[in-house]
Design a protein around this ligand. Structure first.
Ligand code: FAD
Ligand code: 2HG
Ligand code: ZN
Length: 497
């Protein structure tokens, strides 16, 4: 057994591991969280393999604390031993950020046992919840209490609020409520020193210096471990109506978005676009789902109208919007759900696209954002360039058009070996798409984050000044690069792609 082992990979400084054997280290962890919550054997693939099956890592151990105090002790033990920590929630991330690398020297710190809802303050419109609480559990608890917690993702049955904060997740309600960042009023975080920062104030106004919560939100587990959060609540709407509209082009979809803003105002809570090929994958892999219009139109849009008055009011607004849109030619056909079940079925179509893509095989994802007004032009140019340079590629285009966020994904040509396609073509395809994103002043990651999948791309597409500031923050908060090393930020000096 080596005496000195598993040092964190340095970003700026090198960790100074103390002498501790693997056996002693695991013994210390077991003393903190209990034997049953330090996993080293058996099938750990749920913790070691990312959701997209892009990379399989190897954990030194999976550690499952049940309290903030336990997290703090685990962090201190890892700091002493020079072992790095990969915080993990539901492991539904898209960019290989929540699984360990292949070295077998990192622990996975799974927060899923910390899932309590601590308090709900109805007058303050806030809820304080532990990081491992599954998003859907949180939504349901809020609903039961008569409130809306508006974060909504297709992964909500397994992603956690800690992971949502770690990635600053977006989802389908951003057009009205913003990303997870906008929904968060305070955090509790365990720092690299094993201290607990208790910032669960629930205050809506607090200008006492740097707003620390914003450093941790979207930091993808690289700065500290989020153990709890105070989140905003909204009054539950009286009515929530969903419509599906066939649109003749992306230009028409953008025109429809403008009309929807005018007609519905703050009632517009969802505006999602879906390309024809994306929808055809849903019908192929989930034939039980009925997808209206898709065979005859290049794009469909799901719209949602949330209303604080009544169903009649919401329906009237929707009808006027759709009449206007039909008259202006930006909608060719539309259907408004008559019941909750129909509304769910329409949303289910949209939410099934990533699952249908996964069924179709490994694929290339581009989670990009661009000014809404320029999206049609971007897609025209990107489609043309990819179809010319990579004959047969299948473009799976859909996403949160209301936020200017497209999932401009690429599936291997029909019949091609997807693994070989990704190995040979992912780099060149990314280069084409991201060069255009730069030209359009867009972002190479709108909502999924960077993880290890886009780390080198960040070096290339973010300004050196911004990267320098990010490295300074990382060095200040996590000087020994213990938290999620190699994720988001490459070690300084690593040559960009
Ligand atoms: P994980 O995957 O476990 O972790 C994600 C990152 O956060 C990692 O870097 C991890 O280290 C860090 N992290 C996790 N917990 C903590 C913590 N307690 N403290 C500090 N860091 C932590 N994303 C969107 O933005 N919008 C979508 O619409 C969307 N739809 C999806 C649909 C499907 C079908 C799937 C599979 C994924 C989707 N995602 C979407 C991606 C994913 O669900 C989100 O990124 C989600 O926020 C991840 O939560 P998680 O608990 O699974 O986090
Ligand atoms: C969605 O909006 C998710 O469905 C997943 O962000 C996107 O799989 C994708 O590319
Ligand atoms: Zn998305």
């Amino acid at each position: 057994m080596p005496k000195q082992w598993a040092p964190c990979q340095p970003l700026i400084h090198r960790a100074k591991p103390i002498e501790m054997s693997r056996f002693e280290f695991l013994l210390s962890l077991r003393a903190i969280v209990g034997d049953a919550n330090v996993l080293t054997e058996g099938d750990l693939s749920g913790y070691e393999l990312d959701w997209r099956k892009r990379e399989r890592g190897k954990a030194l151990a999976v550690v499952r604390p049940s309290s903030t105090a336990q997290v703090a002790e685990v962090v201190k033990t890892c700091a002493q031993a020079g072992v790095s920590i990969v915080p993990q929630g539901g492991n539904t991330g898209m960019v290989v950020g929540s699984t360990p690398d292949a070295s077998g020297t990192q622990i996975v710190l799974s927060l899923t046992r910390m899932n309590a809802i601590r308090t709900l303050d109805a007058a303050n419109l806030t809820i304080t919840v532990e990081a491992g609480c599954v998003l859907q559990t949180l939504q349901e608890a809020c609903d039961k209490a008569g409130f809306l917690f508006p974060l909504s993702l297709a992964s909500e049955g397994s992603c956690t609020i800690g992971g949502n904060l770690g990635t600053n997740a977006g989802g389908t309600q951003v057009v009205r409520f913003g990303n997870t960042r906008e929904l968060c009023l305070g955090l509790e975080v365990v720092t690299a020193q094993g201290e607990v920062w208790s910032g669960l104030t629930g205050l809506r106004k607090d200008n006492t210096g740097y707003d620390l919560r914003h450093l941790f939100i979207g930091s993808e587990g690289t700065l500290g471990v989020i153990t709890a959060a105070t989140m905003k609540l909204y009054p539950a709407p009286k009515s929530q109506l969903t419509a599906l509209a066939a649109v003749p082009s992306l230009d028409a979809a953008v025109a429809l978005l403008g009309l929807a803003h005018q007609h519905l105002g703050a009632g517009l809570t969802g505006f999602e676009v879906m390309g024809q090929f994306a929808l055809s994958l849903v019908t192929k892999h989930f034939p039980q789902q009925r997808v209206p219009f898709y065979e005859t139109t290049p794009y469909c849009v799901v719209l949602e109208n949330s209303d604080s008055e009544s169903d009649e009011h919401a329906r009237g607004q929707f009808e006027r919007l759709l009449e206007d849109a039909l008259a202006q030619g930006c909608v060719s056909d539309a259907v408004v759900a008559e019941s909750m079940a129909q509304a769910r079925a329409l949303w289910h179509i949209r939410e099934s696209i990533p699952l249908a893509q996964a069924q179709e095989g490994l694929n290339i994802k581009h989670d990009i954002s661009i000014a809404v007004s320029r999206i049609p032009e971007f897609v025209r140019l990107a489609d043309a360039a990819l179809e010319a340079q990579f004959p047969g590629v299948r473009l799976v285009n859909y996403g949160h058009l209301g936020d200017g966020n497209l999932h401009y994904n690429v599936q291997a040509p029909a019949g091609a070996d997807a693994e070989v396609f990704l190995r040979d073509q992912e780099g060149p395809i990314n280069a084409v798409v991201y060069a255009l994103v730069d030209e359009f002043n867009g972002s190479i990651s709108a909502e999924h984050g960077i993880g290890s999948l886009k780390r080198e791309k960040l070096e290339k597409h973010k300004s050196p000044v911004a990267l320098g500031l990010m490295r300074s923050i990382k060095a200040a908060l996590d000087p020994h690069n213990m938290f999620n090393p190699g994720r988001m930020l490459a070690a300084s000096g690593v040559a960009p792609e």
